[in-house]
Design a protein around this ligand. Structure first.
Ligand code: GLU
Length: 304
């Protein structure tokens, strides 16, 4: 059994990311499982070694530990290429020439009951001649042909979720694997049995479940946990300030104080000794039922 945390090293982790990481770690450790880290650095241009090192340092600073080497998506491009090429060879995909603007416009037109922003299938029925002609203008992305199948997830925190799966992108038109394909392959290859992550990814999960079924892979247990949001109710951003360990250290708040606040936000006792063993024991007794709920504001977290 294996749990994981998979941050994108495109910036510093904020307290919302750290809270999700703490929960993922607690779930794994409470079950006596392995806990692995993976850097979601598909977007090589937007990620950096400096952020990667800083994220590992911050996770350790709030007391988390992990097993084995840290896996990086940027080292797995050949694996993704092989899998996507196999799906192309099996005729499970089609090339898509739509620009972002075209997708936005097409997705906002009424077209049945797909999820918001879902791809309406514009390029699904292009003829070979049309494909050859459009290939001259731009390289295509590769989409999975899903026929609008529905997947149901029984999330251990967010509950039952049903989603219709659109023909989502497997390979972007710059040749890089898309997140939805990479995350599924990574979880399969790392033997991940528990996926704990922010509930902003719940709506993408039916896509992941569909791919797992396609690959005959076992479905992991899912726990999508509420995000920490800024004063405007949106997910934390730089403008919200005081949200990373660096910001907080500058304001005189130590990493161990942040850990205490995060622990208290999980309704666990944050009092001494507050050791990992003590936390794991409390978490075993409390279960995950109480993790469900609305987003948590940064203000509220600061009061804990
Ligand atoms: N890298 C993603 C993020 O930072 C999380 C991916 C996942 O947990 O599946 O939001």
């Amino acid at each position: 059994m294996t749990g994981r945390f998979a941050p994108s090293p495109s910036g510093e982790l904020h307290v919302g990311n750290l809270r999700t990481a703490l929960i993922a770690w607690l779930v794994a450790r409470a079950g006596g499982e392995r806990f692995v880290l993976r850097l979601d650095d598909l977007d090589v241009a937007n990620t950096s070694e400096e952020h990667a090192a800083g994220q590992l340092r911050d996770l350790a600073a709030i007391g988390l530990d992990w097993d084995g080497d840290v896996i990086r998506q940027s080292e797995r491009f050949d694996r993704y290429r092989f899998v996507i090429d196999s799906l192309v060879a099996a005729d499970a995909t089609y090339p898509c020439f739509c620009s972002r603007r075209e997708i936005r416009e097409a997705a906002s037109a009424p077209h049945g009951d797909g999820p918001e922003g879902a791809y309406p299938g514009t390029c699904r029925h292009l003829t070979d001649g049309e494909r050859r002609r459009r290939e001259r203008d731009r390289p295509p992305a590769i989409r999975l042909r899903t026929d609008g199948k529905e997947s149901t997830i029984v999330d251990e925190v967010a509950g039952r979720y049903v989603g219709r799966v659109d023909d989502f992108v497997l390979r972007r038109n710059d040749g890089v694997a898309a997140y939805n394909l990479a995350v599924v392959m990574d979880d399969i290859d790392q033997g991940v049995t528990h996926v704990v992550r922010g509930d902003d990814l719940l709506a993408s999960t039916p896509r992941h479940v569909l791919l797992q079924r396609l690959f005959d892979a076992p479905e992991p247990r899912y726990m999508h946990v509420p995000l920490v949001v800024g004063p405007d109710g949106h997910r934390l951003a730089k403008r919200d300030g005081a949200a990373t360990l660096t910001d907080l250290a500058e304001a005189g708040v130590s990493a161990s104080r942040v850990r205490q606040a995060l622990v208290a936000s999980l309704e666990l006792a944050a009092t001494a000794p507050n050791t990992n063993e003590d936390l794991i024991e409390q978490f075993c007794a409390a279960g995950v039922g109480h993790l469900a709920g609305p987003a948590i504001s940064l203000d509220r977290l600061a009061r804990w």
